[in-house]
Design a binder for this molecule. Structure first.
Ligand code: 6PG
Length: 252
């Protein structure tokens, strides 16, 4: 695994860096394999980057006809609910770029239970990657992730049983201690760690302690689940702003 930590001046600089890195990763994936398999994250931090990707100078640099978009986690709410990660991505990015509807793979939250929704999403992944559901997990070209104030990532919360899932690609979780208090559907470490590239976007002073724990404090994944993201054959990029990085010893 190759790890890189990039400290940006502020949240705006972080969004610019993230958008430019995403474009480079898309170009490289499409050059080598003919398509770009991308998983978006929820939360509020990526929203700025999503908006930057819709600007004319950037939108034209992505070959949207070769881009396929998934979600690393979702809140178990209807797609019209203000808490939906899909809704946020739709408003900030997906409805504003020329991506075909059949290239979008939102989590189906109309299943009767979050567990069924997770099982359906695993089948969606297998079909989209044209791989058997019982085999090796899919390798995304890029998975975007955030870091929760409690150290969670995707919807893998501290001490949750989802942390121990080592077979399913997608699972469900009851809410953690942070809002919103709704059930989640989430990629497991199986999928996160099979990615070719994982890029964390971390901004703000509330992230300083969990970030230090994960990057330098040797925290385990039970307490700080983001520490479990270690893509064995992939690249792990931490894009963080100065406030989030304020407790780090490494200065980049
Ligand atoms: C979610 C997430 C979650 C998020 C982190 C960071 O659905 O809430 O995907 O893992 O990325 O909580 O969120 P912020 O960017 O809002 O700090």
């Amino acid at each position: 695994m190759q790890r890189e930590i990039v400290v940006c001046k502020d949240a705006d600089a972080l969004a610019v860096k993230a958008a430019d890195r995403l474009i480079q990763t898309a170009e490289a994936a499409i050059r080598s394999r003919g398509k770009f398999m991308l998983a978006l994250s929820g939360g509020s931090t990526p929203e700025k980057m999503y908006s930057l990707l819709t600007q004319p100078n950037r939108v034209s640099r992505i070959d949207w006809s070769s881009t396929y978009i998934f979600f690393g986690d979702e809140r178990f709410v209807p797609p019209t609910d203000p808490r939906s990660n899909h809704r946020m991505a739709q408003n900030a990015l997906l409805s504003l770029v020329p991506v075909a509807v059949d290239h979008l793979f939102p989590v189906a939250t109309n299943a009767p239970t979050p567990a069924e929704s997770a099982a359906v999403y695993a089948r969606t992944l297998a079909k989209a990657f044209a791989i058997p559901e019982s085999g090796e997990p899919p390798s995304f070209d890029l998975i975007l992730l955030g870091l929760g104030d409690d150290g969670h990532t995707a919807s893998l919360f501290p001490s949750a049983s989802a942390l121990k899932e080592n077979r399913a690609w997608v699972t469900w979780s009851p809410p953690g201690t942070l809002p919103p208090p709704v059930d989640r559907v989430t990629f497991t470490f199986e999928v996160l760690n099979a990615a070719r590239q994982v890029m964390f976007l971390v901004s703000g002073s509330k992230k300083a302690i969990p970030l230090q724990d994960v990057l330098e404090g040797g925290a385990g994944l039970e307490r700080r689940p983001a520490a479990g993201v270690q893509p064995a054959n992939g690249q792990l990029i931490w894009l963080v702003d100065k406030e989030a990085a304020s407790l780090l010893k490494i200065k980049t």
